[in-house]
Design a protein around this ligand. Sequence first.
Ligand SMILES: Nc1ncnc2c1ncn2[C@@H]1O[C@H](COP(=O)(O)OP(=O)(O)OP(=O)(O)O)[C@@H](O)[C@H]1O
Length: 308
Amino acid sequence: MIEMMDVTKQFGRTMALKGITMTIEKGQIYGFVGPNGAGKTTAMSILSTLTAPTSGMARVGGYDCVKNPKDVRRLIGYMPDFFGVYDNLTAYEYLDFYAESHGLPVNERERVIPQMLELVNLTHKTNDYVDMLSRGMKQRLGLARSLVHNPEVLILDEPASGLDPRARIEMREIVKALRDTGKTILISSHILPELAEMCDTIGIIEAGQLVAAGTVADIDRHMRGHRLLKIRLLGRQAELLTHLRAVSSISNVVAEDGHVIAGFTGTDAEQAGLLASLLAEGYPIIAFGETEGNLEDIFLEITKGVGS
Ligand SMILES: Nc1ncnc2c1ncn2[C@@H]1O[C@H](COP(=O)(O)OP(=O)(O)OP(=O)(O)O)[C@@H](O)[C@H]1O
């Protein structure tokens, strides 16, 4: 349903995208995760036909985003990360304005808009002015706006940004409900565990490149052989940090909550050897093992903070 083939985008001297290739099947929910400036918004705005790629090809529903933008726009609902709202319109009028601009006739608008307001839990705000709504409500109204023409594909750029935990959960539940209606969804977020729960596939993007993509389990597998060791000891922590930083199979050594965490690329036997050597050096170790990589750890391991 969504395809990008070696897409690049250059803004002046900045290469915002350096060759992104990805496919999203119909009915899938795909999560883009990446640090600030990674290129998520740029990729989404290319798919939404608002930005032309410098090279490569982007298609939605088989239509080329550059050659057939009207066909693409009919198929997609785009919720940008920042969107203006009109101060002197009510929630109903706001949606009516967008529905009309999509060419929906009056009777259709009268049918659809209350449904959209209900979907995003804003029925009670139907006649309230948009600028009086809370941030979470405005985000939900923005989502409703992207849905008024019943698009098959949704492109949601950080729909939960700036929301409190309850509003995030509400937004997540709405996105899941939309997934259950069979829509294909591309969503970006910094909220990694939420994406893991919602998405079929996660793409980790950094400095304009897709550095890993697959199911959460795939990405985890990709990271095997790059396990995280967690060591707890009674003293000599600073000394251990220096010691580990000099070991070639170890990277990213940090002290965290009374533990030492280190990336390790060695084999099981080498891991056993490392423990034996640390004990032989007299380090007072009380726990030594691998930590379960959650999505947050995996993300931090894969991305090194380039370009953020
Ligand atoms: N219109 C533009 N003109 C110049 N540079 C741009 C423009 N839009 C984006 N960029 C640059 O392209 C890079 C990617 O930006 P983009 O907004 O796509 O990242 P992002 O992953 O969405 O980040 P964030 O999480 O902060 O929204 C950044 O270096 C940004 O400064």
